[in-house]
Design a protein around this ligand. Structure first.
Ligand code: HAM
Length: 537
């Protein structure tokens, strides 16, 4: 019998990025930071945890992300209250009422006593934390607690009266109490961010960045969380490299931004992709189009998938997003939002496309592109690549001129992108044009105790000069040290033994060329730097 402890594995849909991968990730991130800097973007770092309400309001309460994919929890310290709430919420009270009026003989209520006790205890225990604000004093909570208390009293009255007509009302009242208990939030409901645009705009409002005036250009790199079905290029924790411009609705912003993305992709060695472009209009022209779409869907929705049938009623634009094969020919024939834009949106879009032409940015107008988040207005875009398989969009974004107001801020037009970094890396690996810069520059191999101190000194100097350096930690034979050097991919090895100590000239071996030269020990750093073409840091 084995008593080996079962190892704990990483959470489904999350993954470890090991050093052989992170080197390339860093390289890509470095290139992104450089391009962002060139376009005058600055970094913003917002928390990974946000109030759930932020995403419900911005991404949209009935989008897939908010209804199905968020990791949310109530943040509180009331374990006992939570159990009590759960028990009230799920307990079963049964009542058998008399079969003929006027008789109470057949009345039986099971489990009602403990239920009432639980409710009493709950109402009592909640008072203090509510008073001091440890339980959120939201209008929803205050109302639910008020109503719960009222129905608790009513329940007692009904039961104590013993009148069959009253007892008949017990199940309904108990049911109400159960529902109300379920509505009470013992803490603020938090969510692991599924995207960061909402967070950036929240921060912009919270720190009154709009008071500084002008245009704000912000970027971020970090993990996002969505509870999706994991597959190639789709994870539950994934990374985005995102950028947002706040404070202008000028179409030049859109065009320049897309030009920047093309440059960024070129910098990481990517040229094979498609830029899909659309306009989703504005609150002025979209409602009329949604009506046109709804009418068009009326005649065909019965032939479509269940999701589409539902969306045709609740959110017709989402139908355009459907990936079900059989629905595609139907969707192709639906009206195009781009043909229903108001004059302002049309002019805006025409300006964007004209400028993209002038900036030599190629694009494909894709009338179906409506995106899966509710905050978009006007320009929307995605980029897709054939190397990615089913999850072929490696970035997406657009304009969101109303988002700041949706979040309680001043009117502030916005435009932005999020690049799916995991997918971008799949493409970069596939293209194999970008190299990670993590090979060892120098291995300092020393032999004999007398060489240890001079070797340490040299290692320190080389590292201060910004070279990546390793050495043997214990005395070792030259062959073994050189073996280590080549295993770690060192470009050079410096060899220090008795002879080298005596002459003050160390052997410098070019590992790839298998050539060896003697270099004056004070010259080694500059010699290697020149050979490696590295500047000092
Ligand atoms: P999004 O289209 O939801 O937009 O996500 C952007 C990109 O993130 C996608 O194109 C995809 O590459 C990547 N992505 C999304 N979900 C996953 C996943 N489960 N696994 C791996 N990669 C994924 C947004 O998030 C918006 N905030 C973009 C934006 C910024 N719009 C304006 N500003």
């Amino acid at each position: 019998m084995s008593n080996r402890t079962e190892p704990i594995r990483s959470v489904k849909g999350t993954r470890d990025l090991l050093p052989r991968e992170t080197a390339l990730w860093q390289r890509v991130e470095d290139e992104a930071r450089r391009v962002f800097a060139a376009y005058n973007f600055r970094e913003i770092r917002t928390p990974i945890l946000e109030q759930t309400a932020l995403f419900a309001r911005s991404v949209g309460a009935d989008t897939d992300i908010v209804t199905k994919e968020m990791y949310s929890f109530e943040d509180h310290q009331f374990g006992d209250l939570e159990k009590l709430k759960e028990r009230i919420h799920t307990s079963k009270t049964e009542i058998v009422i008399p079969s003929y009026p006027g008789s109470s003989e057949f009345v039986a209520i099971s489990n009602l006593g403990p239920f009432q006790n639980d409710v009493d205890q709950f109402v009592q225990s909640i008072q203090h934390p509510l008073e001091v604000g440890d339980i959120p004093r939201t209008p929803g909570n205050l109302e639910a607690i008020r109503a719960l208390t009222e129905h608790r009293d009513k329940l007692r009255h009904l039961v104590e009266s013993g009148i069959p007509a009253n007892l008949a009302l017990v199940p309904h009242t108990a049911g109400l109490i159960q529902r109300l208990a379920g509505q009470i939030e013992l803490g603020v409901v938090l969510t692991l961010r599924p995207e960061a645009t909402a967070s950036v705009v929240r921060a912009y409002i919270e720190h009154t960045m709009y008071n500084e005036g002008g245009i704000h250009k912000l970027y971020y790199i970090g993990p996002m969380f969505r509870r999706e079905r994991p597959q190639k290029g789709r994870y539950r924790q994934f990374f985005q490299i995102g950028a947002e411009v706040l404070g202008s609705d000028h179409p030049t912003i859109d065009a320049e931004f897309l030009e920047m993305l093309v440059l960024l992709l070129a910098r990481v060695g990517l040229t094979e992709y498609k830029l899909l472009l659309n306009s989703v209009g504005c609150p002025k022209c979209r409602p009329a189009f949604v009506e046109v779409l709804r009418q068009a869907l009326d005649t065909v929705k019965d032939q479509m998938c269940g999701d589409c049938q539902r969306r045709a009623v609740t959110n017709p634009l989402r139908v355009l997003d459907c990936k079900v094969e059989a629905d595609q020919p139907i969707i192709e024939n639906l009206p195009h939002i781009i043909d229903h834009l108001c004059a302002e949106c049309r002019t805006h879009f025409d300006h964007v496309t004209k400028e993209l032409g002038e900036r030599s940015v190629q694009y494909v107008i894709t009338p179906r592109l409506v995106r899966g988040l509710d905050y978009y207005t006007r320009t929307t875009f995605e980029m897709t690549s054939n190397v990615l398989g089913a999850q072929n969009a490696f970035l997406g974004g657009g304009r969101y001129d109303g988002l700041s107001e949706m979040l309680g801020g001043p009117p502030t037009p916005g435009f932005g992108v999020a690049i799916g970094e995991d997918r971008l890396l799949l493409m970069v690996e596939q293209a194999a044009t970008l190299k990670a810069d993590d090979a060892l520059d120098v291995f300092v191999a020393w032999m004999g105790d007398a060489a240890q101190q001079p070797a340490r000194q040299l290692v320190k100097t080389l590292r201060q000069e910004g070279l990546r350096v390793e050495s043997n930690y214990e005395a070792a034979k030259l062959k073994k040290s050189l073996g280590q050097a080549s295993k770690q991919g060192a470009r050079f090895a410096v060899i220090i033994g008795e002879g080298e100590l005596a002459s003050g000239r160390y052997q410098v071996k070019d590992m790839a060329a298998a050539q060896q030269v003697e270099v004056e020990r004070n010259q080694i750093a500059s010699y290697l730097k020149e050979k490696l073409q590295k500047g000092s840091h």
